[in-house]
Ligand binder design. Structure first.
Ligand SMILES: NC(=O)c1ccc[n+]([C@@H]2O[C@H](COP(=O)([O-])OP(=O)(O)OC[C@H]3O[C@@H](n4cnc5c(N)ncnc54)[C@H](O)[C@@H]3O)[C@@H](O)[C@H]2O)c1
Length: 254
């Protein structure tokens, strides 16, 4: 799909790799200027470099989304550089695949900090700015683990399910400010994180079995980015509070 995002500014978290990088490139290809956030400077700068030939401009903003002060600075830097934020994509995430009975409390804390608290911090900081301008699109990257549950991903599933519920509440609260909130719920997607999860014996067993059940196999990061583009564009203006599963048919019955 093609969209006209010229004059729009997007902030994409975790845009130095995988799905976030594909989203940042897709938005820039369609005209948006993009603030490329990542906690890893080299990765964010790599994404910005890949934008050189695209219509939209890239700007690297390094911040850890689990730290509220960092998040506020990231939003201030973005608004100072580009003047506004029209589109927020809460994409940064992390997971560890292992049975719940083997999780350590440190693993729970890290999963909750990145996947649940991070989007709260970022959304709060960005939405204050969007409310002032009475316009905005927020697109949250959840996971089908949060819709249907997933073996070895209990706390992650809880965080993503929480993100889905929170997005619906935000959609209700922010509609009066002309702000739309939607969710993309990817299934297994070919990214560095996915390969890391598959690198253990347990991970390989679980994910190989899931791949066999998916009618269209693994998603490419670009498949997720195409769905984000639709929610970023004015073509989806009559849609808010919705969850779109991009999972190659894996979860169509749930
Ligand atoms: N790959 C999949 O199979 C899959 C499936 C469903 C959902 N998702 C979701 O898609 C999103 C992207 O995942 P991916 O597979 O592209 O992962 P990835 O690891 O390839 O990329 C994630 C990026 O986020 C960055 N990041 C991590 N913690 C951060 C923090 N605290 N602050 C800022 N940046 C941070 C990382 O440095 C990395 O560049 C995540 O929310 C993930 O949960 C992925």
């Amino acid at each position: 799909m093609k969209a006209d995002l010229k004059g729009k500014v997007a902030l994409v978290t975790g845009a130095g790799s995988g799905i976030g990088q594909a989203i940042a490139l897709k938005l820039a290809e369609n005209g948006a200027n993009v603030a490329v956030n990542d906690v890893d400077r080299a990765k964010a700068e790599d994404t910005v470099k890949r934008m050189a030939e695209l219509t939209g401009e890239g700007f690297a903003v390094i911040a850890d989304i689990t730290k509220l002060d960092d998040v506020r600075r990231m939003v201030d830097e973005t608004v100072k550089y580009f003047g506004q934020i029209d589109i927020l994509v809460n994409n940064a995430g992390w997971d560890k695949l292992e049975p719940f009975l083997e999780n350590t409390p440190e693993t729970w804390e890290r999963i909750i900090a990145i996947n649940f608290k991070g989007p709260i911090y970022v959304t709060r900081a960005v939405v204050e700015h969007m409310v002032e301008r009475r316009t905005g699109k927020i697109i949250n990257i959840a996971s089908d683990a949060g819709r249907v549950g997933s073996t070895g991903e209990a706390v992650y599933s809880g965080c993503k399910g929480g993100l889905i519920a929170m997005s619906k509440a935000w959609a209700r609260e922010f509609a009066r400010y002309n702000i739309r909130v939607n969710v993309i719920s990817p299934g297994p997607t070919d990214t560095p994180l996915y390969h890391q999860l598959k690198s253990t014996e347990f991970g390989a067993k679980i994910l190989s079995a899931i791949e066999k059940q998916s009618p269209f196999g693994l998603a490419r990061p670009d498949d997720i980015a195409n769905a984000v583009l639709f929610f970023a564009d004015d073509a989806s203006n009559h849609i808010t509070g919705q969850v779109l599963s991009v999972s190659g048919g894996l979860t169509m019955h749930d």
